[in-house]
Write a new protein. Sequence first.
Length: 399
Amino acid sequence: MTERAPLSRKLSAIAESATLKVDAKAKALKAEGKPVISYAAGEPDFATPQFIVDAAAEALRDPANFRYTPAAGLPVLREAIAAKTLHDSGLEVSPAQVIVTNGGKQAVYQAFQAVVNPGDEVLLPAPYWTTYPEAIALADGIPVEVFAGADQEYKVTVEQLEAARTEKTTVLVFVSPSNPTGSVYTPEETRAIGEWALEHGIWVISDEIYQNLVYEGARAASIVEAVPELAGQTILVNGVAKTYAMTGWRVGWMVGPADAIKVAGNLQSHLSSNVNNIAQRAALAALTGPQTEAEQMRQAFDRRRKVIVAELAKIPGVTVPNPLGAFYVYPDVTGLLGREWAGRRVTSSLELADLILDEAEVAVVPGEAFGPSGYLRLSYALGDDQLLEGVQRLQHLFA
């Protein structure tokens, strides 16, 4: 009998999302009755604001929402996204330059599919969100990591990007505020990087999903606002998940030049067609309704940010840059490595994360998920009491 043909080599090479894997393990332990505190998932612990839920309930009463709608998204939602893009990113676009996607993750996938050709090199500042290198690989591109450590607040420079650029470089990933670090590029830093990309004809995929979650007066300037001429070679990725506590609603979008949006739209027409219409109506309410609760959530994240940074800094051997955006802290834990804790010698942040889960029943994501070892990502999008208790467990473990 002839053996079965093999599975896709491309998909077989793709790794599971590290953040979701750690979060799933933490939830499984909780289900067993273990008092695990998880800092793993980038998911607000708040309920979606009620007026958004009400808009979804109202949409259920309209039979038009039970039918196929345009694959690129409801026209009224695309108009609202265009308005938000002008307001928050300083870029005027037509609704035809917008595609509504199943969460920001689909927008990221489609953005790479739209502008990456086989063998293209994509500059990927590290630490990076765990999905980026896999999405680049799925587009047959080659991720080229450009690392910036805690001493640079995890922000790459033009000089580093230029050193990594080759004749095969066609795309740059730009993320501010950053997942996993919470770093926010200054307007001046953003402008310098944008001008460099423009000079060399490099596409920019700019993930702006956390642009409304900034603190201490910081502002996440969009790269197309800093360098308007770059709009013709930039795709913006965004969504409602983080700002409005709507991770499960799965509504994101991509905005870009008409030709790039055209090819991405063709892909989506075959890949998934339209996003769930009820969720699209909810997203419309989020963007056009009162922003009071979104601001209250941002203030809560800011309060938690201050607590976790201060408490982590009390652990000897841990360096904690001050994050000015998103809801993550990314401590440098190299000072804890090469030592013995609870009878175990740890030499990597992967081993350290396993130790922390076993000994302190705290789930964190190791730096290996985002680039080099020696770091941990902790999301502070969880309740205040658990947030403090979890860090206190770490303080006790590493005392």
